[in-house]
Design a protein around this ligand. Structure first.
Ligand code: DAH
Length: 342
């Protein structure tokens, strides 16, 4: 077969058509082999130029090589285009349409039972003119104990109750530290509440190493234990949204004199005795009393002129009672099966 420029041109045209028509990398590889492979058309042309005369052979040889190169380029371009469209297709397939509605509505959160109880308590006291005061959870022994008349030998300072931290400080074991912080440098009359976290080395169905207390205190001239009782009755009624019965038992707290522990009649059994009140009919609510004159003096307040009352109670127990939760741990373990019921 005579080989000439015409043949090569036709060959190139055909190759270009086939290259353009190759719809996949696989098809393109096959086209390339047909034209440029060892047994391909261009190789055939190069083989056959041996029959040509010297000058003609050189000319056609050059043309054939140039054709080969251009076909190679055309293959390269097509390969690039196919690779790009493959990638575009893959990206298209993986595209996430963020405007589509989700498979499931995300569950809406709500306030923790302890937060609800806290808010309720704070609402009550602010309506009675109390301001909110906060103190540090990592506290000096002075504010947590000494200034509250709790000497070094008092059982509350025993290491099995108190968490000691580096630098000689403690994790506050009660919110009473805020009494000292709020009263020091202030002139009565004033009334505060201090809601917050406290820590004790303790674990049982009714005790957790971290729990919540609310402290309240009021200092003025002519303050009596009767005022304290009035406030606590009103507070209990507000919390439980019904008439309540309180019981005051004489007790000793180093920072109040006189001191009392208070219980309220179990709301679940109406004093008949049940699991929640350990069959006693009463549930411990907290401690209270008239602020010890020495504590007032420790804060620079004239104890001849001023008196005050103070109380402190656990918050978590109120949440347990209100929501019928049997174990305090359930409040803090973040189990959505529990939290979702509230
Ligand atoms: N701080 C006491 C405790 O954690 C509770 C308490 C008792 C607070 C009597 C008071 C109070 O303010 O007057 O056990």
């Amino acid at each position: 077969m005579p080989v000439g420029a015409d043949n090569l041109e036709r060959l190139e045209e055909e190759a270009r058509r086939e290259i353009a028509a190759a719809e996949s990398l696989q098809a393109l590889t096959e086209v390339r082999a047909r034209y440029l492979g060892k047994k391909g058309s261009v190789a055939g042309v190069l083989r056959s130029i041996g029959d040509l005369a010297g000058e003609e052979r050189a000319r056609v040889g050059q043309l054939a090589n140039a054709t080969k190169q251009r076909i190679e380029e055309a293959v390269g371009e097509r390969r690039g285009a196919l690779e790009r469209s493959d990638r575009d297709r893959a990206l298209d397939a993986e595209r996430i349409d963020t405007t589509l509605p989700g498979a499931e509505e995300p569950p809406a959160g709500h306030l923790h039972p302890v937060t609800r109880v806290f808010r309720d308590m704070v609402e009550f006291f602010t309506s009675m003119g109390f301001s909110i005061e906060e103190g540090p959870e990592v506290e000096t022994e002075y504010h947590c104990f000494e200034a509250l008349n709790i000497p070094e030998v008092h059982p509350a300072r025993d290491e099995q109750d108190t968490f000691y931290v580096e630098g000689g400080n403690v994790l506050r074991t009660h919110t009473s530290n805020v009494q000292i912080r709020a009263m020091t440098g202030r002139t009565p009359p004033f009334r505060f509440i201090a809601p917050g976290r406290v820590y004790r080395h303790d674990l049982s169905p009714r005790h957790y190493p971290m729990f919540h207390q609310i402290e309240g205190f009021l200092v003025d001239e002519d303050v009596s234990f009767g005022d304290l009782k009035g406030v606590l009755y009103a507070f209990g009624r507000h919390l439980m949204a019904r008439e309540i019965e309180l019981r005051f038992r004489a007790n000793h707290f180093p920072f109040t004199e006189p001191s009392a522990e208070m219980d309220y009649a179990c709301l679940l059994c109406d004093r008949q005795g049940c699991g929640v009140c350990s069959n006693s009919g009463w549930i411990e609510w907290g401690g209270c009393g008239m602020i010890h004159p020495q504590v007032l003096e420790n804060c620079g307040i004239d104890s001849d002129r001023y008196q005050g009352f103070a109380f402190g109670m656990g918050v978590d127990r109120t949440a347990l009672l209100r929501y019928g939760i049997p174990n305090i741990r359930l409040l803090f373990e973040g189990d959505l099966r529990v939290l979702g019921q509230v």
